[in-house]
Design a binder for this molecule. Structure first.
Ligand code: NAD
Ligand code: DAU
Length: 338
């Protein structure tokens, strides 16, 4: 198998949680690679996330992936696009779906057109949520063959974007790969998401908030493992193929919350049950056999208790990174009764 060795990568959404982790990963592990970060710096993007990286290795471009003229100026000269930029939060997509259609569907369309026009390799970052959900007692997990069945405005726009990638590969020959990953956790995650919301609630003296009965299951993976998997797929993956990324990390929300409470010295019952998310997916579970057996990838950060402790310590030590966003986020949740 000949490996692809990109030297000049355009990373969209590189100031978000997972995109910035990938930028750090590549800078730390591949000294011969230059990265251009294209990011609109929405409420979820933070330039601090890529601060301090060497200027000769990382160039920042403030802009929108829906801007085709900007892409015409930016894409030529790059040998790969790794597309992370998205509206990423389910609750926001229920409150206001429009930006999800724009960024996730139209933005992906614009990037695919640019990849086609300038013949640039394209890797598409997607989610396990495109497959819908599983019953708690279902013995199966998602595989690359599971039919698409998204539930929320967010996941339906991600599913749409995946289908665009498949069509642009088949019809126009765009050299594309797709990955669908499970729930990420780790430092730099926006405080609207489950784990950082609960950690920062406790740090602010507020009680954590659990949706519904708390029995929904997510399949947790440390974001460092997501980055190494994406690099593996970009360099060793077969064009036109989809790879599922997961680290066998299934846990229900109440178990995760109790682990956070224990690790932060709180009683295990010091939380509130709040209104459930409409259409709330019950369970996600990834079978990542294809990625492991065909490309030789394995997760390194599988000790969840250790990863959680590292994440709690990071939020404890970096209040200035999240305090302003926290106030705005909680105001939004209050308006939704959550
Ligand atoms: P995030 O919300 O933390 O970051 C999104 C980034 O994209 C931000 O920096 C934002 O400024 C930027 N962005 C948004 N709209 C843009 C636009 N129109 N033009 C340019 N930049 C724009 O998201 P995340 O959690 O880091 O997720 C990144 C990707 O990974 C998404 O595609 C998401 O669907 C996917 N994903 C996330 C998870 C997870 O657990 N968070 C799991 C699987 C897949
Ligand atoms: O599965 C991958 C997906 O994981 C990604 O595609 C999404 O971008 C990412 O946001 C994440 O989606 P979820 O909806 O699973 O993540 P979230 O952190 O919003 O919620 C995780 C679980 O916790 C879910 O069952 C809802 C619940 N929850 C969430 C919040 C914010 C609570 O119980 N209380 C909360 O306050």
């Amino acid at each position: 198998m000949t490996e692809f060795s990109p030297k000049n990568i355009l990373v969209t959404g590189g100031c978000g949680f997972i995109g910035s982790n990938f930028v750090h990963y590549v800078v730390n592990t591949h000294p011969d690679v230059h990265i251009t970060v294209l990011d609109a710096l929405t409420y979820a993007g933070n330039i601090e996330n890529i601060k301090g990286l060497p200027e000769d290795r990382v160039t920042f471009m403030h802009g929108n992936i829906c801007d085709a003229d900007l892409l015409d100026r930016l894409v030529p000269g790059h040998d790969a696009i790794v597309h992370y930029a998205a509206e990423s939060h389910n609750d926001n997509s229920i409150a206001n779906p429009a930006p999800f259609l724009e960024t996730n569907v139209d933005g992906t369309f614009k990037l695919l057109q640019a990849a086609r026009k300038y013949d640039v390799r394209y890797h598409h970052i997607s989610t396990d949520e495109v497959y819908g959900d599983l019953a708690l007692d279902d013995p199966h997990r998602f595989t690359e063959e599971t039919p698409y069945n998204p539930s929320s405005p967010y996941s339906s726009t991600k599913a749409s974007s995946d289908l665009l990638v498949r069509a642009w590969h088949r019809t126009f020959g765009v050299k594309a790969t797709i990955s669908n990953c499970s729930n990420n956790y780790g430092p730099y995650q926006h405080v609207e998401k489950f784990i950082p919301r609960q950690i920062t609630n406790i740090l602010e003296g507020q009680r954590p908030k659990l949706y519904g009965d708390g029995l929904n299951v997510r399949d947790w993976i440390h974001t460092d493992d997501h980055s190494s998997a994406v690099w593996t797929i970009l360099t060793k993956g077969v064009i036109g193929e989809t790879y599922l990324i997961g680290a066998d990390g299934e846990r229900n929300n109440i178990t995760v919350l109790k682990s956070i409470l224990r690790a932060m010295g709180q009683p295990e019952d010091a939380f509130e049950l709040v209104k459930d998310r409409p259409g709330h997916d019950r369970r996600y579970a990834i079978d990542s056999t294809k990625l492991r057996t065909q490309l030789g990838w394995h997760p390194q950060h599988t000790d969840f208790a250790e990863g959680l402790e590292q994440t709690i310590n990071w939020y404890t030590d970096n209040r200035q990174w999240w305090e302003a966003a926290k106030a705005k986020t909680e105001k939004r949740y209050q308006g939704q009764g959550q």
